[in-house]
Design a protein around this ligand. Structure first.
Ligand SMILES: Nc1ncnc2c1ncn2[C@@H]1O[C@H](COP(=O)(O)OP(=O)(O)O)[C@@H](O)[C@H]1O
Ligand SMILES: [Mg+2]
Length: 258
């Protein structure tokens, strides 16, 4: 029996009001355990595509057309209550700026435990103990001490590790990471990408990785889609696209790397 895609996005079109769509007929799929990159310059529609999958488009934004299937089920038809179960459960997310996602007045250990508590049934045991275990798994030194801290008491890299701990605590089947390392120094970027891969392999998670950096794609992805002005202009295996880019825009992105 053929494996069905974990995520299947078909002709997704996203618009704001009467303006012309910001994402046009974007189609792609992510197979179980696979890492797919979406690369493109700022404003090309990467984040809107990711937010549409989670049904978290900003006010005014809507899916004008298209289908989003997760494990064959029509996510675009799910109720808000069903989507709340999906978010942080089957599908988790990591964003560029963990500061905006972490609660500034809650200790990080409690926040990571809360993620497990929200999806009881996907995890076993005491949520706080599980949180400590996850903080250790993301290689934070002295997890007990880190757990008692507030987000502003951590470095950027440490905060991103906390986000990764939260994202993986419920064993998601798909992780959507939107520019997860863009705000970090180059050396810390590599450590974080490596860490994500390590846990992804342990858990067998599929990853949709969004970045403006083809270097990050080359380092982490199996396949890649190149987006330009709301459309997919090229897609294929990372080797294929990096070695024989067909679209001039992809070539420009590659030149920016050199
Ligand atoms: N709240 C909004 N209202 C109207 N247009 C928006 C809104 N948010 C984003 N857009 C537009 O959607 C397009 C795609 O944005 P985005 O997906 O964030 O790009 P990327 O993540 O590739 O940088 C941009 O042209 C942006 O101006
Ligand atoms: Mg973006």
């Amino acid at each position: 029996m053929a494996t069905i895609p974990l995520l299947q996005v078909e002709r997704l079109t996203i618009g704001f009001g009467r303006e012309k769509p910001v994402v046009h007929e974007v189609s792609f799929e992510v197979m179980p355990g696979e890492t797919v990159g979406i690369v493109g310059e700022s404003g090309s529609g990467k984040t809107m595509t990711a937010l549409a999958v989670l049904r978290l488009l900003p006010p005014g934004g809507r899916i004008v057309e298209g289908r989003i299937l997760f494990d064959g089920k029509p996510l675009h038809q799910f109720s808000e209550a069903q989507m709340r179960q999906v978010r942080g459960g089957d599908i988790s997310m990591v964003f560029q700026d963990p500061f905006t996602c972490l609660n500034p007045v809650m200790r990080v250990g409690d926040q990571v435990a809360e993620a497990a508590r929200l999806h009881r049934g996907r995890t076993e045991g005491d949520p706080y103990a599980l949180a400590l275990q996850m903080l250790r798994a993301v290689h934070l030194p002295d997890p007990e001490r880190i757990a008692r801290r507030y987000p502003h008491e951590l470095s950027g890299g440490q905060r991103q590790r906390v986000m990764i701990a939260m994202a993986f605590i419920c064993h998601p089947r798909l992780l959507i990471a939107d520019e997860p390392t863009t705000a970090l120094d180059v050396t810390v970027q590599l450590q974080i990408l490596h860490l994500m891969q390590e846990i992804q392999r342990q858990q067998g998670t599929a990853v949709l990785l969004i970045t403006h950096d083809l270097g990050v794609v080359a380092y982490t992805c199996d396949r890649v889609l190149v987006m330009h002005e709301g459309r997919v202009v090229e897609s294929g295996s990372v080797d294929e696209v990096l070695e024989r880019p067909r679209h001039p825009y992809t070539r420009r992105l590659l030149e920016a790397l050199a």
